[in-house]
Design a protein around this ligand. Structure first.
Ligand code: PBG
Length: 326
């Protein structure tokens, strides 16, 4: 039994623990997802995401300013249009809400921010699916990715540094890359939601963007099945081959194995999205006094980084960054 292992030697004091810590979360690792809604005259609180709002363009600017002052400089924008239609035309309309917000933020904050735009159709379609429907009610892959290319161009034109396709259509990254390049936006990056699972953790998000999928439908026909692990690596590699500059795993906590696999396999930056349901659960338990919410948030986000994420999208971005600075 000699020499006995004594790992506790290195855990004695905060200074020792800091010295040997493998993973340190910083505000630069965080991306704040933000919602901006058309036709509001004041920010509207999202009930199931305490502390998060559907913003007006004006309140969005203030939120970005504050978050930036806490050291978070990347933002993922989601638009909530006033009117939806069958095809989701608000998504690529130059005067659509996301484009309006991108233009405003880019003109105010310039190179101080990395502006990302979620690239999808579900917020803009009456039926709530991520693409256009066939007469049978399934999502038509190939006509959808043509529209995605148009959305990418509109977002880039409005000032997006990064477009982030989240619809899980086959070939979407290639279609968007070709669209961007042909319109002269070869400098606009693509963050692919590569391994995006059909998840019940997106519940509060659907309230945030007022999306209800028609006829009690779901997204299992295009998003991944959570019983599968290996296809996630394949999806990420396919996206990189099509031109993705960065990839994402989503949700985060229930998919750390998937994140670890992808981080070990690919050589582009890897991110994870700590999604609305993950945020809401921590907030709800914290409100009841059952857990210490800020500590749980920090533990979870650090675990996501430990598992291999270079950066993390999280509704906690501003709050956690503020805590890290104090
Ligand atoms: C699709 C999209 C969704 C989320 C991000 N992009 C919803 C979905 O796929 O149903 C979910 C994010 C979250 O839950 O925080 N535009």
């Amino acid at each position: 039994m000699f020499p006995l292992e004594r790992p506790r030697r290195l855990r004695k004091t905060p200074a020792f623990r800091d010295l040997v810590a493998e993973t340190v979360l910083t505000s630069a690792d965080l991306v704040a997802p933000l919602f901006v809604a058309e036709g509001l005259n004041a920010p509207h609180p999202i009930n199931s995401l305490p502390g998060q709002f559907q913003h007006t363009v004006e309140s969005l600017v203030r939120e970005v300013e504050e978050t930036l002052s806490n050291g978070v400089s990347a933002f993922m924008l989601f638009g909530v249009p006033e009117k939806k239609d069958e095809e989701g035309s608000g998504a690529w309309d130059p005067d659509g809400i996301t484009q309006v917000a991108l233009r405003e933020l880019k003109s105010r904050f310039g190179h101080d921010v990395v502006l990302m735009a979620d690239l999808c159709l579900d917020e803009y379609t009456t039926h709530g699916h991520c693409g256009v429907l066939t007469p049978h009610g399934t999502v038509d892959n190939d006509s959808t990715i043509e529209l995605y290319a148009q959305i990418g161009i509109a977002q880039a034109q409005a000032g997006a540094d990064v477009v982030a396709p989240s619809g899980m259509m086959d070939g979407q990254v290639l279609a968007i890359r070709q669209g961007l390049d042909s319109a002269g936006f070869d400098d606009t990056a693509i963050l692919a939601y590569s391994a995006k699972y059909a998840s019940a953790f997106y519940g509060p998000f659907r309230e945030a963007v007022k999306v209800e999928i028609a006829n009690g439908g779901d997204r299992r026909g295009y998003q991944q099945d959570y019983r599968n692990r290996r296809e996630a690596v394949r999806e990420a590699l396919a996206d990189i081959e099509q031109g993705a500059d960065m990839v994402m795993v989503k949700p985060a906590m229930s998919y750390l194995d998937v994140l670890g696999d992808i981080a070990a396999t690919v050589d582009v930056p890897v991110s994870a999205y700590h999604v609305s349901g993950e945020y809401a659960m921590i907030k709800a338990a914290g409100e009841r006094g059952w857990i210490d919410a800020p500590r749980v948030a920090l533990e979870q986000l650090t675990a996501v980084k430990r598992a291999g994420a270079n950066f993390i999208l999280t509704y906690f971005a501003n709050e956690v960054a503020e805590g890290l600075n104090s």
